[in-house]
Each structure stands twice: as C-alpha cells, then as structure tokens.
Write a protein that binds this ligand. Structure first.
Ligand SMILES: Cc1cc2nc3c(=O)[nH]c(=O)nc-3n(C[C@H](O)[C@H](O)[C@H](O)COP(=O)(O)OP(=O)(O)OC[C@H]3O[C@@H](n4cnc5c(N)ncnc54)[C@H](O)[C@@H]3O)c2cc1C
Length: 553
C-alpha cells in the first residue's frame, strides 16, 4: 500500500552468536579454568542466537503446559502436556550436559563450563532451565545416600532426554525436581506438615510412605523429586520417584497448575500425596542439612539465570539503539542513550563475573576449604544482589526499545516478567540477606574467606580500598544486624563485584563501576553514570551485534 512505508524499524536480533554477545564471558573462560570448553560453548552460543532457537523460546511460552489430571473415564492421569518447542529446548539442554556435566566429568573448570552453557541457553527461554537446574543441583544432595546415588546417578547424568513417565530402569535419562514449599510455609520449611512413616524398619535409604501436600512443585513431569517431610525423628529429606520400579505410578495427585506472572513455559503445580512411596536420604531429622546441598546449587543457577536475563536485555537494547534513529541520528550515538546503555552493560558484566567466580569456587571447593567457604557466603550474597538487580535492569532495557519493547513480539515483556522470579524462589531476598547475617554471626571461616577475596584486589584502586574499609567497619558493628541486613549485604555484594571487576574485568567497565556503585557518583536509576565515564569503550562491549548484524539484513 502506498501509505505503508516501513522505515526506521529495527531488524530482528537473530543469527548472531550469544557467546560473542558477552565480552566478559569470552574473556573470562580461560581465566576461570574452562578455556577447554570454548569451542563447544561457542557452538551452543551460535545455536542460541539462531532463528530456530529463538522461535522455540517464543513457541514454548506462547503455548504453556496444560494439566491432564484425568482420562476420559475419570481415572487419574496426573500428567502435564508440553508444547513440542519445550521438549526441543529440553533436548538441547540435556544433550549439552547442562543438567549434569559438571558431576559426570568433574575436571577443573567443569562447573564454570556448565554454568556458562546454562547462561547461554537460558537466554532462549528461562522456564525450561528450572528442571535442568534442579537436576544439576540434586546430585550433591543425593550423594549423601550412597546406595541411592549409585542406582540413580548414571540415569541422571545420561545425556538423553526422555519425557515419558517410566520406571528409572527403562529410561535413557531421568530428570529431578524439588518439593519443599507447603501452603503454610515456604521460607520456613520447619512448618512442613507432610508426614513420612517407615513402611519397614526405616533408616537411611529405607522406604517411607508420605501423606501431605506441596504448594509449589515445579516441573512435575520430573522422574523423581527431593522432598521434605516430617519423619518420626524430625524433618527429613526423601527421594520420591514418579514411577515405582515395578512400573506402577506412585501416588502423585496434581491438583492444578499455577497461573504465573512469567516463567510460563515451565509448569508449576500443586500436588497431594497419600501413601506415596519415597526413600530416606541421610539420617532422619537432618532434612534441611541434606537438601541445603541442593538449594545452594539452585541459588547459583538463580544468579546465572538473572545474569542471562540481563545479557539478553542488554543485547536487545544495544541492537535497537544501534539501528533506530531519532532526532537526526542513531540512538546509540545520543549521549543520554549511551549513558543508559553503558550503565546496563556494567550491571550485566558485574553479574557475569559474579557467577563465573562462584562457579570456579564450586570447582575448587572439594580440594580447597577456603574456596568452599567463599562459595558458601558468595552464593548467598550473590543470590540476593544479582537477582534483585534483574527487575529494574529489565525494565530499563525494555524502555530502550520504546513502544516496541512493550509488545509481546519483542522478547522484552518476557524478560520483564521473568526478572523477579530468581529473587523470589530458592530463598527470597530477605531469607538470603538473613542467611548472610547468620554466616556473619556463626561462620568465621566464611567471613574470612570473603575478606580474603576482597583483599586480593587491595591496592589496585583506592575507591575499592576505601569501600572495603567502610564495609569492614559496618560488618564489625553487631547492633541490629537483622534490620540492617539488606544494607550490609548490598555493600558486601558491591565490594565483591568491584573487586572482581578490578581483578578480572575490562578496565573501562571496572572504572565506571567503582565511580558509580562504590564512590557514589551515581543516581537512583540506570543512565546516571558520571560524564567522564569511558562510554565509547563500554558501549562497544554492549553492542558487538553492531558488527555482527547490519541494518537491512
Ligand atoms: C514460579 C514458582 C515456582 C516454584 N517452584 C517451587 C518448587 O519447585 N519447589 C518448591 O519447593 N518451591 C517452589 N516455589 C516456592 C518458592 O520457593 C517459595 O514461594 C519461596 O521460597 C517463598 O516462600 P513463601 O511463598 O512461603 O513465602 P513466605 O515464606 O511466606 O515469605 C513471604 C515474604 O516474607 C519474607 N520473609 C520470610 N521470612 C522472613 C523473615 N524471617 N524476616 C523477614 N522477612 C521474611 C520473604 O522474603 C518473602 O518476601 C516456587 C515458587 C514460584 C513462584
């Protein structure tokens, strides 16, 4: 039509390599012991930026899973049906080992390589990352019960995605979930009322019958779940299979699926158990200590997931600004748009270095107690801060696309809806902040490991040294720590991120981070960096697509 000339619209961001879209990731892989994984990760990054993968992400979210509770004769079925796009996303994740490679091949850098893969592929769709993350995280907790781990681990680590509910022995690969939260309490799992009664003598590895419910149980088509229930000697952790070894279905009554703000490709259910069989992991009464092994790894994945959301948001924002003109020139050449984009990039790079360093600590924890202690405190404060930053970051990146960012055909509404979730689950903001306070009060080695980490950047920048000194003082003050918890954890996280950027990051990004986040020359929103920030250098890092994809493609 004569009236319908389309000009100054931005071409879709596709056909690019997601690996190359993050300068930090490409620069840091070898530094964090995973240089050997670069070729495979680059291949996955290529796939994640392909038209096909991006299409799968959209399809899996546009066609959310549905519950089939009963068959047409009224018999319970308790199955969830997913769109084929979801299965395709899962298949790529599993065949690339994102659910278990760091455990099946635990060489130096294995956690970093797996974390980076999870970061890349999560940018296509966050929802399917939930079962992938839970499966990965369940393994160290399952290993508490050696006989169960021996039986299950080969099936868990297999790089084969098999969505049918079948007995473990008949499956090529299995996936795990976690069910802790009940109606009357999520953060406070001590309030769990689900009861576990031994069917025989009881004890580690023995069979129990569970009666109760779970209020949130994500990825309910998983093959087995790590769950908490009250056994005779207290709250305990169990492995609960969906199908029993003889092929009969374990009692797992799916009541309904949650109608969620985001994370729509992933099913989250309410489930009732009545005489449901499960196997005790570890000692009765030690459920929290056992499942915390799993929770710490899912918390790390929350950090990675938030970093992935930020990177995808920056890539979209940079791409748009690089192709859209207003008031006579490209937006990316407008000083205030540059300030916003650079600020978003700094936040994303700080998040990326945080997860890379924590994944490295996971790699080293088994042979280095200091790394184990750093991992403990770093995961809690990183989970608090990186996940909290995701929501304002997504909102600002969305605005970079103007009206187009508010429209579902762009990925921005999905990123925005997803952003609060990582902060909320696996211990919401306050719970993580209070966890850090608990460490501060009781775990001297973890606090010392944190200070050691900061000290390794001592002398590299006076702004960082001053912030570290202020932090030390604040941490020494025992007064009213619970009420001050968020403030303290925020300071800790910023000093940690500053130290990581100074040691391992790009100098321009590190400088701008310290000037804004630690030296205080910063406003209340993104886009308030000081005017002498090296904008050009930072924006070049945010917009590699400028080179990769030219207008009119
Ligand atoms: C999409 C989705 C999927 C989920 N999937 C699963 C799953 O698969 N398995 C599972 O077990 N759970 C799952 N959850 C549950 C999730 O982990 C919990 O919702 C979360 O841990 C918070 O628990 P709650 O909802 O009971 O909130 P509450 O514990 O009631 O907390 C409410 C608020 O109070 C704050 N708060 C709690 N204690 C304190 C305190 N002492 N001091 C100050 N503030 C406090 C919290 O930070 C929070 O902001 C899922 C949740 C969502 C949204």
């Amino acid at each position: 039509m004569e009236t319908h000339d389309v000009t100054n619209q931005v071409p879709p961001l596709c056909g690019y390599n997601v690996f190359d879209a993050s300068a930090t990731i490409a620069e840091s892989l070898a530094r964090f012991d995973a240089g050997w994984a670069e070729t495979a990760l680059r291949t996955l990054g290529e796939r994640a930026g392909s038209d096909e993968a991006i299409g799968l992400g959209f399809a899996a979210n546009r066609n959310p899973p549905t519950l089939r509770a009963f068959d047409r004769f009224g018999q319970r079925v308790d199955e969830v049906e997913y769109h084929p796009a979801y299965h395709a996303l899962m298949d790529v994740a599993v065949t690339n080992g994102l659910h278990a490679s760091s455990w099946s091949d635990p060489k130096p850098g294995a956690q970093v390589a797996r974390a980076t893969g999870f970061f890349l592929w999560s940018q296509v769709d966050a929802g399917h990352g939930c079962p992938i993350s839970m499966t990965h995280a369940a393994i160290p907790a399952l290993r508490v019960q050696a006989d169960l781990a021996r039986t299950w681990e080969p099936s868990i680590t297999a790089r084969s995605y098999d969505p049918q509910l079948k007995p473990r022995a008949e499956k090529r690969g299995v996936l795990l979930g976690m069910a802790m939260t009940e109606k009357q309490g999520g953060s406070d799992v001590r309030a769990n009322t689900t009861r576990a009664t031994p069917t025989g003598g009881g004890g580690p590895g023995a069979e129990y019958a569970l009666v109760g419910h779970k209020w949130f149980c994500s990825a309910p088509m998983g093959d087995a779940f790590l769950v908490l229930a009250q056994a005779p000697r207290g709250l305990s952790c169990f492995l609960l299979p969906r199908v029993l070894p003889d092929g009969t279905r374990n009692m797992f009554a799916l009541q309904r699926l949650k109608d969620k703000l985001g994370n729509r490709s992933n099913a989250s259910s309410e489930v009732e158990w009545s005489g449901t069989l499960a196997y005790l992991i570890g000692e009765e009464g030690r459920g929290i200590q056992t499942i915390v092994e799993m929770v710490n790894f899912t918390r790390l994945d929350c950090i990675i997931g938030s970093a992935a959301g930020m990177r995808q948001a920056v890539s979209q924002a940079a791409h748009h600004l690089a192709h859209r003109s207003a008031f006579g020139k490209l937006l990316i050449d407008q000083p205030l748009a540059q300030n916003v984009l650079a600020d978003l990039e700094i936040e994303a790079e700080a998040a990326e270095l945080t997860f890379m360093r924590l994944a490295q600590a996971c790699d080293r924890a088994a042979s280095d107690p200091r790394e184990a202690a750093f991992k403990r405190i770093g995961t809690a404060l990183g989970k608090y801060w990186v996940c909290k930053r995701a929501a304002p970051h997504a909102a600002e990146a969305l605005e970079c696309l103007g009206g187009n960012g508010y429209v579902e055909e762009s990925i921005m509404p999905r990123l925005y809806r997803e952003a609060p979730l990582n902060s909320l689950w696996e211990g919401s903001g306050n719970v993580n902040a209070l966890d850090v306070m608990r460490i501060l009060a009781k775990e001297a080695t973890a606090i010392e490991a944190f200070h050691d980490e900061i000290r390794s950047a001592h002398g590299l920048d006076t702004r960082l040294d001053l912030a570290a000194a202020r932090l030390r003082e604040a941490l020494h003050d025992p007064a009213d720590r619970e009420r001050r918890a968020r403030r303290l954890v925020e300071q800790m996280a910023l000093v940690l991120q500053g130290s990581l950027l100074v040691r391992f990051g790009d100098p321009a990004v590190a400088d701008a981070f310290l000037a804004s986040r630690l030296a205080g020359d910063w406003g209340q929103t993104f886009g308030t960096l000081p005017v002498d920030t090296p904008f050009a250098a930072i924006i070049e890092r945010a917009a590699p697509q400028r080179r990769l994809l030219t207008p009119g493609r």
